[in-house]
Design a protein around this ligand. Sequence first.
Ligand code: SR1
Ligand code: MG
Length: 402
Amino acid sequence: MAAYTPLTVEDAIEFARKVPDFFLPETELECEEIGDGNLNLVFRIRSSAQNKSLIIKQALPYAKVVGESWPLSLDRARIEREALIIQHKLCPDLVPAVYGGDSDLAVTIMEDLSDHVIMRRGLIEGRTYPRFAEHIGRFIATTLFFTSDLGMNQQRKKEMAASFTNPDLCKITEDLIFSDPYRDSENNDISADIQAEAEKLWTDEQLHLEVALLREKFLTHGEALIHGDLHTGSIFVTETSTKVIDPEFAYYGPIGFDLGAVIANLLLNFAAQPGWNNDRALQDKHRAWLLDTIRDVWAHFERHFERLWEEHGEDPIFRLPAYREHYLRKVLQDSIGFAGCKVIRRIVGLSHVADIDTIADDALRHQAKVTALTLGKALIKNGRQAASIEDVLTIAKHAAAA
Ligand code: SR1
Ligand code: MG
């Protein structure tokens, strides 16, 4: 058993050489640490001669974004690796392959996706991804259906839920998404220009009731093995391909949480548009694509989920069409509420998004934050009444016009 120590570039190369049938023994390897996330080290190891590369990801025993004062369990590396393996098995075209790992060193070795770009970066540059909605809708439907009581053995599911208990990472979400933004917390990161808007969140009781209900769902509704952090920084894209990475927040939670994360991050980019595009026609065009994509993500998710339910639904009592309809309406309403919470946390909580924070113009950045907060609050307050994904589009258009 190897004692845990953070890897150096040399250690990472040594690790990479041990991956069976990957690099030739004599090939020269280059390695760089490319991690720009909040929690981990990420090394890319490459052989120019073989024109081949792989990624080694290592969890640190604390939250990198805060420092050693915020310890985090290394077991999250095992959880991430096992979730990736399950997701890759269910959606091989949408998840990178895992080549190996080491739980003592909290290391996962996986496929390099450097021919893709991080979706958040692509969206900021004004790009659109025509296959994304179909891909992510299918990813969410397939990975969640087959890990839920609807699509797998219900006793085995309980064992899976035990093995994917992820208390440290769930606590991050419980605090940063469902608590801190609604009180004066030292974790919050509030720019002076929106201090007054942020403080309104602390006293809005109607909002607090809805956030409490959503928090309760996150704490107690173990519906499926969710990704748990499905923002546009956890998704690699090209025009024709989508790859979902980073499921270290995976646990048995509510299905709407993953859909809500995708919707929220498309809406954050929507709110940011005037800051990235001077040309009003182009701005409107990109915004229209983002809203169409939200509609299509839901439509693809719903269609795939219904088809899987019809073809693979195991439990006879669940086969009732009225139950399925009820179930999917709840998922829609949860997704909208969670999307609202996820928008708000990126404006006032710890860990913002580049879509908003890197807007150069102060007034446009301020406006983007106000639009996002307006949107986030409306999503949370209207989630439980929502009848269709169209409600999200209406809320977004109102917030942009306000
Ligand atoms: C302390 S970690 C901050 C955020 O980074 C991750 O990507 C999650 O979104 C988490 O909330
Ligand atoms: Mg991550």
